[in-house]
Design a protein around this ligand. Structure first.
Ligand code: PLP
Length: 462
């Protein structure tokens, strides 16, 4: 039993650790109590731990736990739509609208003309349909929900077969797999074609009286090359129409702009072009290339959209006022800049089209201001990526600060930068840390400079 004497008292250790983290005190107490409980069990099972070990380990874990609290991060990875870093940042206009709606009352479901109950998202749905140049549109919480909702609506009873090409049975990440999504939605998957080639007659042969829809899935995060082929959308659309079967496309990313005009990258299909080729419904995310809030947008034929809105599951995945207001700003911006959408005040688009010379000038300025530490930092030509499971082939030139620390390991430096008040996340190779400036807001350059100064200096003097 004497070994248990190594266990610190909960209250005392919590008092000691509280200044290390800014967390609500009950959370610190709970954390410390759980940690000590765990050590008690381990000691009783025969492990040996000194009080010092227990205190140190509890402290380290508490600090790691405190860092897991959602907070702003500087994305210096060069990956524009970084899934782990929150995908697309909102622009100032959307952020301002968010604050106004979030902190007050709104006409969410109130008709200001009549003073009676109004329709939620009525304005947004019209604006979306206008932007997509289609009959109708709506939005739900995310693209996965939009797909499940669409499938649930269009699949019913005996008519439950969904035809998908074998080259499109994709996994998007985060457990999103087309075959499983279909199963969850009560659909029966009917695979057609081969991995590399699917012909129009493959689809044609698979159509039965039980066919509910034909689903196209955009190969967002990989590409097929070599002996490949698939029917043109217009051909597939004609086939679907002939059999009165809806043709739905899960597009994933919603690029509103011809991406190849913004940067030296490939063309990402836009919802507009898919619809104009005969797709009945497109589904895409609001927080990928669109640059809006997390949401799933469904647009296309009026009859199908209104059917989707009547499906009881719609209620379970409908957007709240915070998403509705930010999405409304994002969509209005695109409508207002329709002649030149590259002018929309959307951070991912600004990052995408930023000139190399501008990035280089920013890098030079940061290095100039580093003073004594400038010797450890140089300018490197790197590559940025769209990320977020879009355009997997499209790397394009960027500029990074390349840091070769003198007296500490690259991993240690990277870890210290992640621990800054505004965490800075870059990427490392064996001998250098890279901070790609393409995805850094210029207003954060001074923070990068300041944190580099102190993290590089600290170690030199020790
Ligand atoms: C990203 C993506 C999804 C998932 O979108 P969420 O908004 O994360 O739900 C679905 N389908 C495709 C093709 C995608 O690229």
């Amino acid at each position: 039993m004497s070994k248990l004497a190594a266990l610190p008292a909960v209250e005392k250790l919590a008092n000691q650790l509280a200044p290390e983290v800014s967390l609500p005190r009950p959370l610190i107490n709970l954390f410390v109590r759980r940690s000590i409980e765990q050590y008690r069990r381990r000691i009783l099972e025969g492990e040996e731990h000194s009080r010092e070990d227990i205190e140190d380990e509890t402290k380290n874990q508490l600090i790691a736990f405190a860092k897991s609290r959602l907070k702003p991060v500087i994305n210096a990875t060069g990956v524009l739509i970084h899934t782990n870093l929150g995908r697309s940042p909102l622009g100032p206009r959307a952020a301002q609208a968010l604050e106004q709606i979030a902190t007050g009352y709104s006409n969410l479901e109130f008709d200001l003309s009549t003073g009676a109950r109004g329709r939620r998202a009525g304005y947004l749905e019209n604006a979306l349909a206008c932007l997509l140049e289609t009959e109708a549109a709506t939005a739900v919480n995310n693209c996965a929900a939009a797909l499940v909702l669409t499938l649930r609506t269009l699949v019913s009873g005996e008519k439950n077969e969904v035809i998908v090409s074998r080259s499109e049975l994709v996994e998007i990440g985060g457990g999103f797999r087309i075959p499983e999504i279909l199963e969850t939605s009560g659909a029966k998957l009917v695979e057609v074609g081969a991995t590399n080639k699917t012909h129009l007659h493959d689809y044609e042969k698979a159509i039965t009286p039980q066919t509910a829809l034909i689903l196209k899935v955009h190969r967002s995060n990989f590409y097929l090359e070599g002996f490949t082929g698939e029917p043109e959308i217009t051909e597939l659309a004609a086939l679907a129409k002939q059999h009165a079967i809806p043709l739905v496309e899960d597009l994933g990313s919603g690029a509103m702009i011809d991406t190849e005009k913004l940067a030296p990258i490939e063309h990402e299909p836009t919802p507009q072009e898919c619809l104009s080729r005969g797709i009945d419904l497109v589904i895409f995310s609001g927080d990928k290339l669109l640059g809006g809030p997390q949401s799933g947008i469904i647009g296309g034929r009026e009859e199908l959209v209104s059917q989707i809105k009547k499906e009881p599951f719609f209620r379970a995945v409908r957007c709240d006022k915070l998403i509705l207001t930010t999405l409304q700003e994002s969509i209005d911006q695109y409508l207002e800049t329709k002649a030149n959408p590259a002018q929309a005040d959307v951070p991912v688009i600004a990052f995408l089209k930023e000139e190399l010379a501008t990035l280089k000038a920013r890098a030079e300025l940061i290095i100039e201001q580093l003073g004594d530490q400038a010797g450890q930092v140089s300018i490197a030509e790197t590559n940025s990526r769209p990320g977020g499971g879009t355009m997997p082939r499209s790397e394009f030139p960027s500029v990074a600060l390349k840091v070769n620390p003198n007296n500490q390991s690259v991993q240690k430096l990277a870890s210290k930068l992640r621990s800054c008040a505004r965490a800075i996340v870059g990427y490392t190779t064996d001998d250098a840390l890279f901070l790609d400036l393409r995805t850094v807001f210029p207003t954060d350059d001074h923070l990068i400079c300041r944190e580099l100064q102190s993290t590089l200096e600290l170690e030199c003097s020790s």
